[in-house]
Design a protein around this ligand. Structure first.
Ligand code: CA
Length: 222
């Protein structure tokens, strides 16, 4: 069994957190507050936030594009991994959720780094592409409506610098992507999206079984 990714059962997962999760008190507080919302399951796992922050540092990312901000956990985790001149464009539909996010960004002293765009992400992304002043992004994260993934991904590839990385959440969709009898709209959308990325020779690809599955697609340099 040493040649495949290990599954995390109820004993091993807490162990992983115990020996590796270094969550700041502010992130922990945000996670606890979000856990009280009915939509709590939309929040990324804490070890995933830590992993994404490490990727941001490894990439030397300065400009980060986020599609689906929710209560701002991923935004905050990555904001703290950007240099002081780092900039974030964060897209979401909900004022209510992002009001929570903004409170925590302010407390962390990163609020001025975040350009929050409320509205349909497809419109925000098109506006960014249409604006000649938009600088390329180094890093992007897609975690919004699943039927929109394919379009968001295409926008991201256009907006990323060569060598830039796009991270896509929920690509294992609680395992349902492998269950052919599951024909729900979101499941089908993610299944087709995964297949599309597999065939996409514009990117280097890895699907990491962290959280609910995090796909990394790095835009080729040339
Ligand atoms: Ca998600």
């Amino acid at each position: 069994m040493s040649t495949r990714s290990i599954g995390l059962d109820d004993e091993l997962y807490p162990y992983l957190l115990d020996v590796s999760l270094r969550e700041s008190p502010l992130l922990a507080e945000l996670r606890a507050e979000t856990a009280r919302l009915p939509e709590a399951r939309m929040q990324i796992a804490p070890e995933q936030g830590q992993f994404m922050a490490m990727l941001a540092r490894l990439a030397g990312a300065r400009r980060y594009l986020e599609i689906g901000t929710f209560t701002g956990y991923s935004t905050l985790a990555i904001a703290q991994a950007l240099p002081s001149d780092g900039r974030i464009v964060a897209c979401d539909l909900s004022r209510e959720w992002t009001d929570i996010a903004r409170r925590y960004w302010r407390r962390a002293g990163v609020e001025e780094r975040v350009d929050l765009r409320l509205g349909p992400a497809s419109e925000t992304l098109q506006a960014l592409r249409d604006d000649a002043a938009t600088e390329p992004f180094d890093l992007a994260f897609i975690d919004a409506d699943k039927t929109g993934y394919a379009a968001y991904y295409e926008h991201c590839l256009e907006l990323l610098a060569p060598g830039g990385l796009v991270m896509i959440d929920n690509t294992l969709w609680h395992g349902s992507v492998a269950d052919r009898s599951d024909q729900r709209e979101d499941t089908v959308a993610i299944r087709e999206f995964n297949r599309k990325l597999y065939r996409d020779d514009r990117v280097e690809l890895s699907l990491v079984p962290i959280g609910d599955g995090l796909t990394l697609a790095r835009k080729h340099i040339a």
